[in-house]
Write a protein that binds this ligand. Structure first.
Ligand code: HEC
Length: 436
């Protein structure tokens, strides 16, 4: 009895009449999705190569839209759903994805033009209002055309005491060429030294600004920006520390656009008036002692935090107060294919998935802020897993011929690293003395 019904429904679904009547329409269904999930970058003077402002353009690009939406290449929101709820996500929901694909398949019907969206407003410069301090690259820099360039610029601060920020916003000088920005505080003069050795403005830096990862890093990574990302204010009792006398190092990735222009990217700092109750620490979880054999297309490297020797100490600390994880920033280089971070119990059973990126792309890295902080409790561990493809099938493999690859900052080296932005008064008391 069921079968004939099924067949007729299938026939009906496949018929052009059905497709025309019930298929999603541009003005009614598709345009609002493109507005929220695509036009944050696909607009005039932004990072994407074309704008998607109206029906005609959407139709022109519809074969490409179909391809990139079905493969998941676009939008470039990397974390897999179900592994952490992040602020400002521009991922497509499964329904939105299906809807866009059904619209293309149905022949891109326009629908009710009366529902046309108003044109996009021009972006106001600073989304959180004018910052307390605006700092800028000292000189402009013009990257060469058609190349990936990672450059670090040293920016002095004029603070006569340690300050705490609630938010940092970034204004790329030229949104068509600036692909992402990471900001560090340097208290050791490392940036000035490297800058002095490089004749052009700033210095070349791929895997990081040259600051050693260790205790000194706990407060050195301040934040980052990638296209589509908006600044968020931290809660009133939480701040990011900029130590007295520190200089800022801004790492800018210029991506291979077909044109160039002088860029002078600015940052806006929103300051706490006084020291807030908690300071955010960037705890690196990393494995520096791996070797990825040439030819291995799925090599895995793992790491656990806290390290074995410190786990009892952290378990006691976490009885007093769980550590709150506010943000994560996963990092690998060009061989990386997947990165996964979980909170587990002592035996390794997953308690809370923190983040999972299943199609790692070095060009689309960033930090992700949790909507609600994640708790690291007594007995909990953080497990990091990095997967690499060091074979010829990896089109981004920088080594030809293939070689064994280890930890390092160069393009041809690798990293297995996640920074966790954490806070807790107990933790601060325990390690504060060590790093101040
Ligand atoms: C965060 C910024 C951003 C968002 C959001 C975004 N794009 Fe893109 N898009 C880019 C950039 C940058 C490129 C060019 C570089 C590249 O292809 O990676 C691009 C390229 C494309 C291309 C051409 C790439 C190709 O392989 O042909 C298409 C088509 C596209 N985007 C469609 C979309 C659609 C549809 C959405 C929304 C569902 C979207 N994009 C959301 C930044 C974005």
């Amino acid at each position: 009895m069921q079968k004939p019904l099924f067949v007729s429904t299938a026939l009906l679904l496949a018929s052009p009449l059905f497709a025309y009547q019930d298929a999603p329409k541009y003005y009614d269904n598709v345009a609002p999705i493109l507005r929220d999930k695509c036009e944050i970058c696909h607009r005039e003077n932004d990072v994407a190569p074309f704008a998607l402002p109206d029906y005609d353009t959407a139709v022109t690009y519809s074969p490409d839209i179909q391809r990139v939406v079905s493969t998941g290449k676009m939008p470039p929101w990397k974390p897999v759903a179900g592994h952490g709820d992040f602020k400002g996500s521009f991922a497509l929901t499964e329904d939105e994805r299906k809807l866009i694909l059904a619209w293309v398949e149905a022949g891109t019907p326009a629908g009710d033009e009366g529902k046309k969206l108003p044109p996009l407003e021009n972006k106001s410069e600073w989304s959180l209002g004018y910052p307390d301090r605006v700092l800028s690259m000292l000189q402009s820099y013009e990257p060469p055309v058609g190349q990936d360039v990672y450059r670090c610029f040293v920016i002095p601060t004029d603070f006569d005491q340690t300050r705490y920020v609630k938010a940092i916003d970034y204004l790329p000088g030229d949104r068509g060429i600036v692909h992402h920005v990471l900001l560090y505080a340097d208290t050791q003069g490392i940036g000035d030294k490297l800058d002095a050795e490089d004749p052009e403005p700033g210095y070349s830096c791929f895997g990081g600004p040259g600051i050693d990862i260790g205790l000194s890093t706990l407060k050195s990574l301040l934040g980052g920006w990638a296209p589509g990302q908006r600044a968020h204010l931290l809660p009133d009792d939480l701040g990011i520390e900029i130590p007295k006398g520190a200089k800022l190092i801004m790492q800018v990735h210029y991506f291979p656009a077909s044109r160039t222009a002088p860029d002078q990217t600015r940052i806006g700092l929103y300051l706490h008036e006084s020291k807030p109750k908690n300071t955010m620490f960037m705890v690196p979880v990393l494995n520096q002692s791996f070797e990825i054999p040439p030819g291995d297309a799925a090599h895995q490297v793992n790491e656990t935090f806290p390290p074995a020797g410190l786990s009892t100490l952290f378990d006691v600390l976490h009885l007093l107060e769980p550590t709150k994880i506010a943000t994560v920033y996963p990092h690998m280089h060009l061989l990386g294919t997947q990165i996964k971070v979980d909170i587990t119990d002592r035996r390794g059973e997953v308690i809370t998935p923190l983040i999972y990126i299943d199609q790692w792309d070095f060009k689309w890295q960033g930090s992700y802020d949790y909507i609600e902080p994640q708790l690291l409790k007594s007995g909990n561990r953080v497990r990091l897993s990095c997967t690499y493809n060091n074979s010829e099938s990896n089109i981004y493999n920088p080594n030809n011929p293939l070689i064994p690859v280890r930890w390092g900052e160069k393009t041809t080296d690798e990293m297995c690293l996640v920074f966790m932005g954490v806070y807790s008064s107990a933790l601060e008391n325990a390690i504060g003395g060590l790093i101040n």
